[in-house]
Design a protein. Structure first.
Length: 368
């Protein structure tokens, strides 16, 4: 009599202990499939011993068997949630089978069909546990993908900011250094290189600030940064910018940020791909709910034919299209043109940008 209770107790305690340990300790996950197989095999062995008559049902053992079955259902759900699909495909059905057949220890069916029906009915509990485990697993997978997508978006944002802003200041430093060699005023060239370097350092500071506080690099909507960029570009090289812009033009902060990006990218491309250009015509106008930016230069397009295009304009085009606008670049007689049309939509005021000393100093008006 006593050894039968020992067998029943072991059959109960093993799945209960494994399920409790798996729920409380995540470090058990690598060994969970093996432990579940042991628990399922022990339960099936006890059930088989009851069916063939080796072990006789004991009074009160049915309640313990039900607890054992619930523990196996829990293991089936945990396996589906935490274990790889290949290992779960073997382990979860084993736990479900052991959970579904335990009632054969105490139930004598009239026919095999009745036994199958009873086991299938009780096995719905294990199936439900597996479904719940699969659902929770899908939630975790989607959350992980969302985190990965957010990190990728932040990296791409950082790459765009570095390309659109810092690269322009670095190219301005190079242009000032080259101009100093030609004009023969190295002191003046060094002053301008220093100012461009401070702006580049400031932009790095503000870019990091955007990653911490999710704010745009430029928060004003008066487009004054475009005028300053045009003045700096004219002072750095032989191609003056002829700017046509109504001083009263004001747009929402998002539109101003994107407009500034477009102008900076266009001027940087002129400096990189059309160094022989003698002038740049830049027009900014607003009307009909649109902000239109036009930029043309007289650099010969054949000089660019042998160079591989970068990622600035394609990325900028995607940003413009995301805001409902359009950006078109094309060759014109003896030069290149860029046209952008941005919808002027209302938006809430953006939070202030970084207030670090480096940022404030670098964004002061450049010396003449």
């Amino acid at each position: 009599m006593s050894w039968m209770w020992i067998v029943v107790s072991i059959s109960l305690l093993v799945p209960v202990a494994v399920a409790a340990a798996a729920l409380s300790r995540s470090s058990l996950e690598p060994r969970l499939p093996a432990l579940t197989c042991v628990a399922a095999a022990g339960s099936l062995a006890v059930t088989l011993a009851h069916v063939i008559g080796i072990v006789q049902p004991e009074p009160g053992a049915a309640a313990l068997g039900m607890i054992e079955s619930l523990a196996l259902m829990t293991l089936a759900g945990l396996i589906v949630r935490r274990v790889s699909a290949r290992r779960a495909a073997v382990t979860a059905p084993a736990a479900g089978l052991a959970s579904a057949t335990w009632l054969l220890r105490f139930f004598a069916p009239a026919s095999p069909l009745e036994a199958l029906g009873a086991c299938l009915f009780w096995g719905l509990g294990a199936l439900l546990a597996a479904v719940v485990g699969g659902y929770l697993r899908s939630l975790e997978v989607r959350q992980s993908r969302a985190v990965a997508d957010t990190r990728t978006a932040l990296r791409l944002q950082l790459a765009r900011d570095l390309h659109d802003f810092v690269a322009h200041d670095i190219s301005e430093m190079v242009a000032h250094a080259q101009a100093g060699r030609v004009v023969g005023d190295p002191l003046r060239a060094l002053e301008r290189v220093e100012a461009a370097g401070q702006r580049a350092m400031s932009m790095l500071d503000r870019t990091l600030d955007t990653l911490h506080h999710d704010r745009p690099l430029i928060s004003t909507g008066d487009l004054s940064g475009i005028r300053e960029a045009a003045e700096r570009f004219s002072a750095a090289g032989p191609a003056p910018v002829r700017l046509r812009m109504d001083p009263q033009v004001a747009v929402p902060a998002e539109t101003a940020v994107l407009a500034y990006r477009i102008v900076i990218e266009g001027l940087t491309n002129v400096r990189r791909h059309a160094p022989q250009a003698s002038r740049v015509d830049l027009g900014i106008s607003a009307g009909g709910g649109l902000l239109e930016i036009t930029m043309t230069n007289d650099g010969v397009t054949r000089a660019r034919s042998g160079r591989r295009g970068g990622y600035g304009l394609p990325g900028l085009t995607a940003l413009v299209q995301a805001q409902g606008g359009e950006l078109v670049t094309q060759a014109v007689p003896d030069g290149w043109s860029l046209t952008a049309r941005l919808p002027v939509a209302q938006s809430p005021e953006c939070p202030p940008a970084s207030s670090s000393p480096t940022t404030r100093k670098a964004f002061e008006a450049p010396s003449a």
